[in-house]
Design a protein around this ligand. Structure first.
Ligand code: UDP
Ligand code: MG
Length: 162
């Protein structure tokens, strides 16, 4: 039989979100995290890492034929990246909505890239684009023991005597 935590983990959708070096260096960590928190998504893993170039190439392997691939991987490995896993119903698709279009010029106002970025090569944030990439990216960036699984206290009855 599945334990409570396993049932919870099996049901809950997760996505990989990363604040790229430009977002970290511009001091936008709290601004970006706040948008995911306020929406109601749950943070289940977070760490600050400087990826190597070969790690960046693995992360962006789907884009290896594109002309901007080399510059993109140089950039991702140029400084600290805030790697995160967010959990919640619909978080993969809605996370992309919060982020906005790839090109900040085409991102709607109100989105992260629409409000905070100007050019495509410095668009401050990454988000998984579907269930398969979410699974692969979470596994690439995090070890299983780095992922937490918990029920918020708001979701539990208050057992404190009062
Ligand atoms: N990118 C770029 N030039 C382009 C297209 C993409 O520099 O013409 C960069 C941009 O930073 C983007 C990343 O490559 O975020 C990955 O591209 P993708 O198409 O996966 O966009 P995303 O999923 O990040 O919106
Ligand atoms: Mg992408």
């Amino acid at each position: 039989m599945l334990q409570d935590q396993e049932v919870h983990a099996a049901q809950m959708e997760r996505t990989f979100i990363a604040i790229k070096p430009d977002g970290v260096q511009r001091g936008l960590i709290s601004e970006i995290i706040a948008r995911f928190e306020r929406k109601g998504f749950k943070l289940v893993a977070i760490k600050l890492v400087i990826p190597t170039k070969s790690f960046a190439q693995k992360h962006y392997h789907d884009l290896k034929e594109r002309p901007f691939f080399d510059g993109l991987c140089d950039f991702l490995s140029s400084g600290p990246v805030l790697a995160m896993v967010w959990e919640g119903e619909g978080v993969i698709k809605y996370g992309r909505k919060l982020i906005g279009a790839t090109d900040p010029q085409k991102s709607e106002p109100g989105t992260i890239r629409g409000d905070l970025a100007v050019v495509v090569g410095r668009n401050i944030i990454h988000g998984s684009d579907g269930p398969e990439t979410a699974k692969d990216e979470i596994n690439l960036w995090f070890k299983p023991e780095e992922l937490t699984s918990y029920t918020s206290n708001q979701e539990k009855p208050d057992s404190t005597p009062h």
